[in-house]
Design a binder for this molecule. Structure first.
Ligand SMILES: Cc1cc2nc3c(=O)[nH]c(=O)nc-3n(C[C@H](O)[C@H](O)[C@H](O)COP(=O)(O)OP(=O)(O)OC[C@H]3O[C@@H](n4cnc5c(N)ncnc54)[C@H](O)[C@@H]3O)c2cc1C
Length: 465
């Protein structure tokens, strides 16, 4: 009998899982309940696409390995996506302004474009270079037993149908019903953790004003150490000469949907630079809100999961979006699937468990990073910081202060934050010593702008600090 994989969800995790599977299966069917647009346009079931979506270098490289022929990254750049060096952007962290360094290395380049462009480019690359097919259908439940999943019950064109599969991948996002479906098969022991800072995201598109064309990615971070709600902002240059500006506030400090208050919120951040930049820019959209921001992790790798089922992407875990990790974790999960397929047959005992365990590595790293910050904000729902968290937070704060003045420390931290190196790298003797020694230069007193950037900002009035 021909071997079939069924992937539930045709977004980032689903398309990349399909890319991982097509060489090993006779048939790969992606089930998607949304109508998928034929171009970089918004769609109903991915409302998060209205907000800034940055692709980390780890995610970019995973996509490269999964789709070596399709050149997704090249296609994105040709469509106007920007590349931004992490150590060359404008960043204001809790410890002050980071210096910007002229060194540019591939492993520290972020990809900045709209999520619509990213989704469409990826989908087009998968569907035009592989035999993967998308079927407009909603997955209703899993078929099989607690020992093995054998397919999916679907609803397509108003009719229910059972679709047999040798492997089912659930990539149906943060709203995934997989726990409920597993309960139906008798699997009930999936450990779950949650840390919710009540973060609200507000995003708006602007036309880049004349004279600000080369302005880099600009980020004003929240300070989790003040016992006050955390407010932050991101100004992301994207295709089409636009800035996508996303502002965020934790419980008690949330932004609203009122366009009139958007710039004021940005001006009221720990530094007003983003507010100043957009005060002269033409808005191109309304303000979009998102409350889908909680950290939630389901540890499927620790549960007695049936054979024949793998869960990837947001269906496994969601993170505070401020850290820009979700899509890259989804890509790394698909890469784990691809690598396992090179070693073992999809029907071999333990195949799904091995994939789930391998995929859990980047999930755990991203989740730990995200929750270790979020747990400090007031009125957070979830576990309270432990003594170890306090010690770690003190160490990380000191390291971040050093990173504002040192390329080596900044680059090392960035490699961990972007999921390219293990968190154990942060206690490497070299880094430990540099952190204990402290900053190697005086801290900056304002944003490190180039003369051209200064001229633009000054044309908008004096820069308040
Ligand atoms: C405000 C915000 C900002 C973010 N910013 C970033 C960022 O900067 N960088 C980053 O990496 N990540 C970011 N993220 C996270 C990112 O959006 C997710 O990690 C990513 O979309 C996960 O992809 P996914 O394929 O797992 O899920 P999704 O993209 O949510 O897709 C799930 C798909 O499954 C389909 N589906 C659901 N149920 C069914 C069903 N029963 N049958 C058939 N189809 C179904 C849906 O229609 C959808 O197409 C952000 C998230 C938010 C909310």
């Amino acid at each position: 009998m021909s071997r079939r994989a069924v992937v539930i969800g045709g977004s980032m995790a689903g398309m990349l899982a399909a890319a991982a599977l097509f060489r090993s299966m006779d048939e790969v069917i992606v089930l998607e309940r949304d109508e998928l647009p034929d171009g970089p346009s918004p769609r109903k079931r991915t409302p998060q696409a209205r907000h800034a979506h940055i692709l980390l270098p780890s995610g970019r490289d995973a996509i490269r390995e999964l789709l070596p022929v399709a050149d997704v990254h090249g296609r994105l750049l040709a469509s106007g996506a920007h590349e931004q060096s992490l150590t060359g952007m404008l960043g204001f962290g809790p410890q002050g302004w980071y210096r910007r360094w002229p060194t540019v290395t591939d492993d520290l380049l972020l990809t900045c474009c709209s999520r619509d462009l990213l989704d469409w480019t990826l989908r087009d690359a998968v569907l035009s270079t592989t035999p993967v097919v998308v079927r407009r259908a909603e997955a209703l439940s899993l078929l099989g037993t607690a020992d093995r999943v054998t397919g999916v019950r679907i609803l397509a064109e108003g009719l229910e149908e059972d679709l047999r599969a040798d492997l089912v991948v659930d990539a149906s996002g943060r709203g995934s019903r997989v726990e409920h479906w597993l309960e139906g098969l008798g699997v009930t022991d999936v450990p779950t953790d949650e840390v919710d800072s009540g973060l609200v995201y507000a995003s708006r598109l602007f036309r880049v004003p004349w004279g600000a064309e080369g302005f880099p990615l600009t980020q004003v971070e929240a300070d989790p150490t003040t016992s006050r709600p955390g407010r932050s902002g991101n100004l992301v240059p994207i295709e089409g000469g636009r800035w996508l500006v996303s502002l965020a506030g934790t419980r008690g400090g949330e932004p609203g949907a009122d366009p009139g208050a958007f710039t004021d919120f940005a001006l009221g951040l720990r530094h007003p630079l983003i507010g100043q930049l957009i005060s002269a820019a033409e808005p191109l959209s309304e303000v979009f809100l998102s409350r889908s921001t909680r950290n939630r992790r389901r540890e499927f790798e620790k549960a007695a999961m049936p054979e024949g089922l793998v869960v990837l992407g947001d269906a496994v875990a969601t993170y505070n979006p401020v850290y820009g990790q979700g899509m890259s974790v989804a890509a790394l999960g698909a890469l784990a699937l691809s690598r396992q397929l090179r070693q073992t047959d999809v029907t071999a005992p333990g195949f799904a468990h091995d994939v789930q365990r391998a995929a859990a590595r980047s999930v755990a790293a991203a989740y730990t990073m995200s929750t270790s910050q979020d747990q400090w904000f007031p009125e957070v729902v979830g576990r309270a910081p432990t003594l170890v968290d306090r010690l770690l937070s003190g160490y990380m704060g000191r390291m971040a202060r050093v990173a504002t003045t040192s390329y080596a420390v900044s680059a090392a931290m960035c490699k961990v934050i972007t999921l390219q190196e293990d968190t154990s790298r942060l206690v490497h003797p070299e880094l430990l010593l540099a952190t204990l020694k402290g900053p190697v230069m005086e801290p900056l007193t304002g944003p490190p702008l180039t003369p051209q950037e200064s001229a633009f900002v000054n044309s908008m009035g004096p820069l308040a600090v």
